[in-house]
Structure formats: C-alpha cells, structure tokens
Design a protein around this ligand. Structure first.
Ligand code: ADP
Length: 186
C-alpha cells in the first residue's frame, strides 16, 4: 500500500468550479456519504475573519490567502477533508489527492445565477468564466494532471453519480501511484 501524499490516512479532495456549478450541494452530500469533513472556504473566511475587508464592487470579502492557508494547515495534514472553493491556485499543491472541477452548461448556470440574484457584470463574468473553462485550466495549471477530474453538474442525477463515483474512489484510497486517478471523464 502506498500513501500518495504525506502520512494522511484519508484523502483530501478539492471541489472547485464557477459559482453555481454545485460545489456546496455536492460537497455536503459527499461529506454525508463518507464522513469526510466539508470545509466551505467562503464560510470559513466569514466566520474566522480571514479577509482584508469587504469589496463593494464584487459584493464579497477579499480573501486573505495566507490567513486561509495558515488556518487550514493542520487539518489538511490530518487528511479527510472536502474543500469547497471557486478558486484553486493558492492552496499548497501537496494538500490534495484529488481535484474535482464541476462544470455546468451555460444556459443552466445562467438560470441558477439569476435565481441567486446575480445581475449585470457579476452574472456575465461568471457565465463567461464557465464558457472558457477558466477553473479547469486553473486546476490543470496548479495540480498534477492525473489528479484533476472534470465532472458534469447539470442535474440531480449528475450529483448522485458524482457522489457515488467519489465515494467509491475515497473508499478505495490509497491506491498505488500509477493507478491513482481512476475517475473517468464523461
Ligand atoms: P456553488 O457552491 O458551486 O456556488 P451551489 O451548490 O450553491 O453552487 O448550487 C447553486 C444552486 O444550484 C443551488 O440552488 C443548488 O440547489 C443548484 N444546483 C447545484 N448543482 C445542481 C445540479 N447538479 N442539479 C440541479 N441543481 C443544482
């Protein structure tokens, strides 16, 4: 049996993607199915004040990357975490055993973001971000390609299938390095 990263007994998974692709919904269900801990970075930043103030234009807190990484170092070393965030390039690469990029067809995403109250540039920027696969490129640039997997998240069936696939992968972890990422793209 080979441990991929450090000495953790359970894997750490990063769930990323454009806002509205279903990161929090899927991460919550995956945590329920696996007993891994769901860490929503947005919530953590608010609860622990890991930010440099409020940005009116973006209507969100300006995340302080150093404070977030310091806060998470010990829990990540322990393993067994599902980290849910719309960015992925500032976490230490060694933290993650699997990086999941959720993707949603842009017409479906548009409706979800409208329902969330996004308008104007916030709406168009996020839909464009999805069309140009910005998060998938960011994930591939930040992590080894064999641990990055893109999963569709258009409907409830997709969520169920993604949770089942990842639960299966987690229950078989760790696997030998050369057979590490067995999740199929579809
Ligand atoms: P994110 O965390 O990526 O911003 P959320 O999990 O908050 O996205 O989901 C945004 C909205 O879209 C929620 O109302 C959620 O119920 C819905 N949603 C997310 N994923 C799916 C899916 N695969 N099928 C149907 N609805 C979804």
């Amino acid at each position: 049996m080979v441990l991929e990263n450090g000495n953790r007994k359970k894997p750490n998974i990063l769930v990323t993607g454009t806002p509205g692709t279903g990161k929090t919904t899927m991460s919550t269900r995956l945590a329920e199915a696996t007993q891994l801990k769901h860490i929503n970075i947005g919530d953590l930043v608010r609860e622990k004040n890991l930010h440099d103030g409020w940005d009116d234009e973006l209507a969100s807190y300006v995340l302080n990357e150093d404070l977030v990484c310091d806060e998470l170092e010990d829990v990540m070393e322990e393993g067994g975490n599902i980290v849910d965030h719309h960015g992925c390039d500032f976490f230490p690469e060694r933290w993650f055993d699997c990086v999941v990029v959720l993707q949603t067809d842009n017409t479906i995403l548009y409706d979800r973001l409208i329902n969330r109250g996004y308008r104007d540039s916030k709406l168009s920027n996020n839909v464009e971000c999805e069309i140009f696969q910005v998060l998938l490129d960011e994930a591939k640039a930040s992590y080894a390609e064999n641990i990055v997997v893109a999963l569709k998240s258009n409907n409830i069936l997709d969520i169920k299938r993604n949770v089942a696939t990842l639960t299966d992968w987690i229950s078989n972890w760790p696997v030998p390095v050369y057979g590490m990422m067995k999740i199929e793209l579809y």
